[in-house]
Design a protein around this ligand. Structure first.
Ligand SMILES: [Zn+2]
Ligand SMILES: [Zn+2]
Length: 65
């Protein structure tokens, strides 16, 4: 079994999130990190941010802000 640790790089703009020092969250669908500038919805309960590719996915329905 292969374990996967995502890099802390925005899936959209490919910026290094540790260097940018802005808010980011993981997409509830693809689990990639998305920065505050590229996200297409935010779930204040879990802190997850949906990427633009999955904004319409039912699994991201809580990402509204
Ligand atoms: Zn970004
Ligand atoms: Zn996604």
């Amino acid at each position: 079994m292969k374990e996967f640790y995502p890099e802390r790089i925005c899936a959209v703009c490919r910026e290094d999130l540790d260097e940018l020092e802005i808010a980011y969250g993981d997409c509830p669908v693809c689990e990639q990190f998305v920065c505050e500038g590229c996200d297409d919805g935010y779930d204040p309960t879990t802190g997850q941010m949906v990427c633009p590719d999955h904004a319409a996915d039912p699994r991201a329905k809580n990402c509204t802000e």
